[in-house]
Ligand binder design. Structure first.
Ligand SMILES: Nc1ncnc2c1ncn2[C@@H]1O[C@H](COP(=O)(O)OP(=O)(O)O)[C@@H](O)[C@H]1O
Ligand SMILES: [Mg+2]
Length: 317
């Protein structure tokens, strides 16, 4: 099965390329971006050795859905989606933090809690909580957005002390983060899902805060199935998840947590297929629509054609 692992396009008006872990970001002139969602998959800040067919399409289409459904809360970068794997929008000056928000004690927060920590990013976590339990109210636990290596926890106080953003803007980010998470939670609930935690990235455009990047995708968020949540919690069993956590679990079981000296395990084809089906499952669960697999035979040509047409039709070049 074909997957899009690297893209090397040359679009009209292209001024720069940034290859992210998952997406390839092409700058068009000074003001616009073409973001190509590849089928690469990352975990523990490492890119896994094989692509996951259709993952890029899933991510791009899920992100689009949520960006369009939250425009009333905060303006976002998206202008349009010319192709299943491509999003075009405004280039922002990134604010170098990830606004992480958690409704439940799980993943990294749980690992810290289990190790005895009760304060995460300056926020207190109540005593006596169990894994996957809901916090009394969602907590915001920001992370630095490192150019290289791991993102690290950071508190509001440290963000302000380091002058990463002004207090006025930071409070605005917190406010947007809560409202977006609330909307995401409601939309997930309509589909029988719990939005467990997620992260948002913001940037500035003409001095105003804009939501950028992808939101509420399985790469940036954790989802639990709502119907079995209480039962599994009561039994202290792992939650039924729609997220990348199972990929992380698989890596841990195979001796990899992204630490120095550890070897990335080989990925059997059956595992790749399982990951594809999980991503498609998430798409269908979250959108309530059947996933339509794009034609993957001449993906590169299609992406170039669709994107070029869009840029010209919208006078972006
Ligand atoms: N509108 C935007 N303006 C500027 N940068 C953006 C915008 N939207 C997303 N980005 C950046 O593009 C990159 C997307 O690629 P990704 O694969 O997520 O990379 P990374 O490995 O940096 O997380 C991210 O670094 C993200 O911050
Ligand atoms: Mg990213």
């Amino acid at each position: 099965m074909k997957s899009l692992t690297t893209s090397k396009f040359q679009f009209t008006g292209q001024t720069a390329v940034y290859n992210g872990k998952v997406r390839d970001v092409y700058s068009i002139g000074q003001d616009y971006l073409v973001m190509v969602a590849s089928d690469r998959i990352s975990a523990f800040d490492h890119i896994l050795p094989k692509g996951i067919p259709f993952k890029g399409q899933v991510l791009n289409q899920v992100a689009t859905l949520f960006l369009n459904a939250t425009k009333d809360i905060v303006p976002n970068w998206l202008i349009g989606v010319p192709d299943p794997n491509v999003a075009v929008g405004y280039r922002c000056e990134p604010i170098r933090i990830e606004m992480v928000i958690r409704g439940y004690l799980t993943g990294h927060a749980w690992r810290e809690y289990k190790a005895g920590k009760r304060i995460l990013c300056g926020v207190e976590m109540p005593e006596g909580m169990r894994e996957n339990e809901a916090f009394p109210a969602p907590i915001i636990t920001p992370a630095t957005k490192a150019d290289e290596g791991h993102d690290e926890d950071i508190s509001r106080e440290e963000i302000l002390a380091q002058g990463i953003v002004s207090e006025e803007i930071y409070l605005q980010l917190e406010n947007y983060t809560r409202q977006l998470f609330q909307r995401g939670t409601e939309m997930a609930a309509e589909r029988g899902l719990i939005l467990v935690d997620t992260k948002y990235e913001f940037g500035l455009k003409d001095g105003k805060v804009m939501l950028m990047d992808e939101i509420h995708t399985p790469d940036s968020s954790r989802y639990f199935y709502a119907d079995v949540y209480e039962e599994l919690l009561a039994k202290n069993e792992p939650q039924r998840q729609l997220s990348k956590e199972f990929v992380r679990q698989w890596l841990i079981e195979n001796g990899f947590q992204g630490l120095e000296g550890q070897q990335m395990p080989e990925m059997p084809d059956e595992f790749v297929e399982l990951v594809t089906s999980r991503y498609i499952e998430l798409f269908e669960k979250i959108t309530g629509k059947a996933f339509e697999k794009q034609d993957v035979d001449s993906m590169d040509e299609r992406i170039i054609r669709n994107t070029e047409n869009f840029l010209k039709e919208n006078n972006l070049v």
